[in-house]
Every structure is written in structure tokens, then in C-alpha cells.
Ligand binder design. Structure first.
Ligand SMILES: [Zn+2]
Length: 122
């Protein structure tokens, strides 16, 4: 007898989640952000236990291989060790992660963690 409540509360949530997922997949054309294979999952760029949030800018599509292999390793450390690594895709991921940030914030973050070469691209 309460089924209408469940439907109205669950369906919009499900739609939102699907749209959220689709937006991320579309931004990367359905490809793994790391290796460019077909993506089947979403990966937390900054792992949750390192303070990464489940927000659009911290999620990228990833194939199961990359998602499993990256695990909880800091993503740039992991990624730069991979044979499919390209700097171009690393920059695309940085731009995605910082898409809602202002330039000053980006500069500060990059000062901490990135090579001069990467900085020049911003
Ligand atoms: Zn991959």
C-alpha cells in the first residue's frame, strides 16, 4: 500500500544516477580515461580513502583492467608506470578533475605535484 512512495522516491534517484554516469561516459566517449579501451566502470581518480569524493569531477570511465590494477595507488604514480600511458590523456584527466576549480587553485595544485612540462599546458 506504500508502493507509490517507493516509486516516486526511487525512480528519480535511479534516473539521476544514470544521467550522472552517462555524462561522465559521454565526456570520454565511452572510453577508459587511462588506456582508451572501452570502459565498463567508473573509477575514483582520487580514491575514497584518500579523501576523494563521489562527485562528477573525481570519477572517470575506466576499463575493468585499469580500475582493478590502479586500486588505491595514487593515480599519477600508477598511470605513469603503465605501457599505455600518454601525457595527453594525463592532462585530459587533470582538466576533468579540476573542471570546476578556478585557475589559482589549479596552479597551486600543480605546483605541488606536477612536472614543468605538464604546467605549461595549462
Ligand atoms: Zn583502461
Amino acid at each position: 500500500m506504500h508502493s507509490w512512495i517507493d516509486e516516486t522516491s526511487l525512480i528519480p534517484k535511479r534516473e539521476t544516477r544514470a544521467r550522472f554516469r552517462l555524462k561522465i561516459f559521454n565526456a570520454f566517449e565511452g572510453k577508459c580515461a587511462y588506456c582508451d579501451d572501452d570502459a565498463q566502470s567508473l573509477d575514483h581518480v582520487i580514491p575514497r580513502h584518500r579523501g576523494g569524493q563521489t562527485v562528477i569531477e573525481n570519477l572517470v570511465p575506466a576499463c575493468l583492467r585499469c580500475n582493478g590494477s590502479k586500486g588505491s595507488t595514487e593515480w599519477t604514480l600508477w598511470y605513469r608506470e603503465q605501457e599505455f600511458y600518454t601525457q595527453q590523456r594525463e592532462i585530459i584527466i587533470w582538466e576533468w578533475v579540476y573542471q570546476f576549480r578556478d585557475e589559482l587553485y589549479i596552479q597551486q595544485q600543480l605546483d605541488h605535484c606536477c612536472s614543468d612540462q605538464l604546467l605549461r599546458n595549462f
